[in-house]
Design a binder for this molecule. Structure first.
Ligand SMILES: [Zn+2]
Length: 70
């Protein structure tokens, strides 16, 4: 068993501002607003949440290898 990481650093694809965020352990976050440029980030095609697309660590359900959002 491996520990699930709940801290992920989200990097904005527009302005490259990075911010460390704590992920919910049992849910996905679909939208994330960059605090620097106010860009509303959404997951890339094939990804279930913004952490999988832009974060340094994938979301907890993916880390646990369970299906996340279907
Ligand atoms: Zn930004």
């Amino acid at each position: 068993m491996s520990a699930v990481v709940l801290e992920s650093t989200l990097t904005c694809p527009r302005c490259e501002h990075a911010r460390s965020e704590t992920m919910p352990s049992d849910a996905c976050q679909f939208f994330y607003e960059c605090e620097a440029c106010k860009e509303l980030l959404r997951p890339l095609p094939g990804d279930c949440c913004v952490f999988c697309s832009y974060g340094s660590v994938k979301c907890p359900p993916v880390q646990a290898q369970s299906s996340c959002c279907g």
